[in-house]
Design a protein around this ligand. Structure first.
Ligand code: S3P
Length: 179
């Protein structure tokens, strides 16, 4: 399987609030790649916000849209792909990303995630009576999927720029020609 991989793209996975979008944009700049965000693509395709899709069609409908987008982007090249936090919990999504991208997971502790998302309101899964508990539970549930990334980077004590430099370095190492 490994030998069939063509690492022409870089995909960022990880929980909400781990910095995938801001780090992704910086990595794209460093690598001179395009930047693409799966949530933004879904919103562009449907003309609706993620919150609206969750509220009116439900989470399974959103997951089906994510699945479609993952298939659609498999033809991309030289692109940094930032993914929604739940996207790699579908094994088909992760397997598809791995065929063309180095998959890097940005990891954060529940406390740090809460710090980063507490003043934001656009994430339907965190509209919960106890969002901190929800973060801990979801993170524990998803950890086995996030651990399947090629590289895991702890973002707790690093700035977005430092994380981006680490991510770009990992990509360069993974794609350097054999000596
Ligand atoms: C989700 C994360 C969100 C977005 C949607 C669902 C999740 O993206 O895809 O609200 O299941 O964790 P971010 O990780 O960019 O916040």
């Amino acid at each position: 399987m490994q030998s069939r991989r063509q690492l022409v793209n870089l995909a960022l996975v990880g929980f909400m609030g781990t910095g995938k979008t801001s780090v992704g944009r910086l990595v794209a700049e460093q690598l001179h790649f395009e930047f693409l965000d799966t949530d933004e693509l879904i919103q562009a395709h449907t003309g609706r916000t993620i919150a609206d899709i969750f509220a009116h069609d439900g989470e399974p409908a959103f997951r089906a849209l994510e699945r479609k987008v993952v298939e659609e982007i498999s033809a991309r090249k030289h692109t940094v792909i930032s993914t929604g936090g739940g996207l790699p919990t579908n094994a088909e999504n992760l397997a598809a990303l791995k065929t063309h991208a180095l998959v890097v997971c940005l990891w954060s502790s529940p406390g740090k995630i809460w710090e980063r998302v507490r003043n934001q309101s656009h994430r339907p899964l965190l509209h919960d009576p106890d969002p901190q508990k929800k973060i801990s539970e979801l993170l524990a549930e998803r950890a086995p999927f996030y651990r399947q990334a090629d590289v895991l980077i702890n973002t707790d004590l690093r700035s977005a720029r430092e994380v981006a430099t680490q991510v770009a370095l990992q990509f360069k190492l993974a794609t350097r020609p054999p000596r």
